[in-house]
Design a protein. Structure first.
Length: 115
C-alpha cells in the first residue's frame, strides 16, 4: 500500500485546514486508516482513526475540533481540522493498517499554526 498525503500549510490560530490522503496498491486489504502527527522534539501521536466500518477515535486533545472521514470507493481518507491551535503545529502522517496487520505510512505533510 502506498499513501500520498496533501493539504498541509500555514494557517492562523482559529483557522481550518483539510488534509487528504490517497491510498494505492493493495487497497482491498486496508482496514484502519488514520492520521498521526509529530511535533519537533516530541513523539509521534495518533490524532484520528477510522475503521472500515466507519467507527472513529480521537484523543481528547483534538476531539470536537478534528473530523476524520473516509471515501472507501476512492481509497481516500480526510482530516478536517477546525479551531486550530498553535500546539497543533506538526508534521501530519497518513497511516493505514491492513487486515493482515501490516502498517503503512505516507510521507508527511507540514501543518503550521501561527498565533
Amino acid at each position: 500500500v502506498q499513501l500520498q498525503a496533501s493539504g498541509g500549510g500555514l494557517v492562523q490560530a482559529g483557522g481550518s485546514l483539510r488534509l487528504s490522503c490517497a491510498a494505492s496498491g493493495s487497497i482491498s486489504s486496508i482496514n484502519l486508516m488514520g492520521w498521526h502527527r509529530q511535533a519537533p522534539g516530541k513523539q509521534r501521536e495518533l490524532v484520528a482513526r477510522i475503521t472500515s466500518g466507519g467507527a472513529t477515535y480521537y484523543p481528547d486533545s483534538v476531539k470536537g475540533r478534528f473530523t476524520i472521514s473516509r471515501d472507501s470507493a476512492k481509497s481516500m481518507v480526510f482530516l478536517q481540522m477546525n479551531s486550530l491551535k498553535v500546539e497543533d503545529t506538526a508534521v501530519y502522517y497518513c497511516n493505514t493498517v491492513t487486515y493482515e496487520m501490516a502498517d503503512y505510512w505516507g510521507q508527511g505533510t507540514q501543518v503550521t499554526v501561527s498565533s
